[in-house]
Design a protein around this ligand. Structure first.
Ligand SMILES: [Zn+2]
Ligand SMILES: [Zn+2]
Length: 316
């Protein structure tokens, strides 16, 4: 067994980490559970969620299998839950986690059942009937209750698993400008033009079947879903605004270059969700590694109404 420790928010891990995996969660906050449920669903991976309720002496394991008509973790959330989740601001620091007041015995019981359910899934028994199955271990009366979660038609999650393909030709040594150009080439070279063009050659288009494919680069924007990018970082000690382009939360704490005392932090008005070629040239020239991109990150490439999901390959 190989154990890899990661300290930080779950959303900061590259989405590619959740693909082709069995995701087993034993988390202690609604925010983290929702994040894990969403990451695993996007990557098309089954998610086993274990939990305990010390007041009622209950342990529970729920199985989520991605699919448009299947229940997800968010299907069980109501307006009050979303109110409790609230909005997460980049300057607010880590999400506070209240004490669970759980018991070791209940936690151990949930963990043992989670291991058994994991074994079942790893043996390849991904029976569709497991979707939404919830096993409740009611310890006061020694009962095991099996129920099923239902797809909530009012669920706020879109239930989409993404088709993720490798971002061919991109390495972390490339700049943001390179990434935009490569993404534009990839999207542009697959853009269909099915309409007849009255015999005119549309700038080098060639006829493939009944569709014309444009070999030209397309105008694209790039997003790192679930992450945000800071264009500058703020020092709360001296008030300096340091020009630095960075994926929020990645790269660890940085001390202020002006006063040396404060730890730089992202502030809302300097944070963006996506980048395009209109960024200042100095930012576009920065290598992806320096900005905080990681191998396994999945980039959403948007061109018009079309979105493609491309994973940054591991560097050989
Ligand atoms: Zn749902
Ligand atoms: Zn400072």
């Amino acid at each position: 067994m190989q154990v890899e420790a990661f300290v930080g928010e779950l959303e900061w891990l590259p989405l590619g980490r959740w693909r082709g995996a069995l995701v087993a969660g034993c988390l202690d906050s609604l925010h983290a559970r929702q994040a894990l449920g969403e990451c695993s669903w996007r990557g098309g991976s089954p998610f086993l969620d274990a939990g305990v309720n010390p007041d009622s002496a209950l342990a529970r394991v729920t199985c989520y299998l991605p699919g448009p008509d299947r229940p997800c973790f968010a299907c069980g959330l109501d307006d009050k839950d979303y109110e409790a989740l609230g909005a997460v601001h980049p300057c607010a620091g880590p999400v506070p986690v209240p004490a669970t007041t759980g018991s070791f015995a209940l936690g151990g019981l949930a963990a043992a059942w989670l291991a058994l359910e994991s074994e079942r899934l790893l043996r390849g028994r991904w029976d569709p009937s497991l979707a939404g199955r919830e096993v409740l271990l009611e310890t006061r009366n020694g009962r095991l209750l099996v129920s099923r979660r239902r797809r909530n038609p009012a669920c706020r999650f879109d239930h989409q698993s993404w088709t993720i393909t490798p971002f061919a030709g991109l390495t972390l040594g490339n700049s943001l400008a390179d990434a935009l150009r490569l993404a534009g080439d990839l999207v542009g070279s697959h853009r269909p033009f099915p309409e007849r063009l009255n015999g005119k050659d549309p700038g080098g288009a060639r006829l493939v079947g009944k569709a014309r494919l444009m070999p030209r680069s397309a105008e694209v924007t790039l997003r790192l879903p679930g992450q945000r990018l800071a264009k500058a970082l703020h020092c709360p000690a001296c008030g300096a605004m340091v020009e630095r382009f960075q994926v929020v939360g990645r790269g660890g704490p940085r001390s202020c270059p002006r006063c040396g005392a404060g730890a730089l932090e992202a502030v809302g008005f300097k944070v963006v969700d996506c980048v395009d070629r209109h960024l200042p040239a100095a930012l576009l020239r920065q290598p992806l590694r320096r900005v905080g991109f990681r191998a396994g990150d999945v980039l959403a490439v948007e061109s018009g109404r079309c979105t493609r999901y491309l994973q940054i390959p591991e560097t050989p």
